[in-house]
Ligand binder design. Sequence first.
Ligand code: URA
Length: 285
Amino acid sequence: MSENISSAELLPDQALRFYLDAGVDETIGKEPVDRYALSQSAAKAQKSNRPPTSAPSQGKSHPSRPKPGVPAPPVAPAPSSPASQSATALAAAASSLPELRAAIEGFEGCSLKSTAKSTVFADGNADGRLMVIGEAPGGDEDRQGLPFVGVSGKLLDLMLESIGFTRESAYITNVVPWRPPGNRKPTPEEVALCVPFLERHIALVKPEVILMVGGLSAKTLLNRTEGITRLRGRWETVATPGLDVPIPAIATFHPAYLLRSPQQKRLVWRDLLAVKEKLDTSAPS
Ligand code: URA
């Protein structure tokens, strides 16, 4: 497209193509929302410890819009926000998996929920020995309400089968239960809001081994900043409130990455064998 043409001047089908090329694949409202103004309101509310007020008027001038090149403050609340406190309280009060699922489904504090079709809770056997924790649902998962059912899920199935598991015998979930729009990475604030639910999930399932799939999963559960290339293939432990003993956990590459870089399957095979060996050498509890 020529740089001199604005999207308003395009014909409807050209405009649609422009939006698709730009990565816009969701319609989430009829009226545009000034999120810069919203985030300012949220920041002010946080300072005065009050919930944010509704969006100010959508007039043409944008006095709160930051200058180009200046990053906008995060829209999602900080960990000590009312939403985060609510997530922690709701998660702690859940004493079973159905209660936890209901708590997550009823939680309105994370904006990802408003753009997702489904809350993707988990799949598989909650009494199984292995808990697999991925990153966030994609489009297929959002449509079906189940984790890892798309193309990378098919590869995950094969990975699990290679060490004697199926998606029915393992237990599969994600760090974030809602699909981020356009499959973008969830922000640290969005992840922080989901962590209390994830920790409670682990404490209720009490698996013998956790397989962390992808960098976001490993970084979140291990509270580390290194990339997956450094984190994968080492035994660590995950300790969450409600667990008597920490759970052995190992990270591996995400199947979506393997689809792009099949030469890394060799390393993933090593990680999977380590999981099998760990489970083979410890009696089922
Ligand atoms: N990628 C993930 O991390 N999780 C899913 O459920 C699907 C794709």
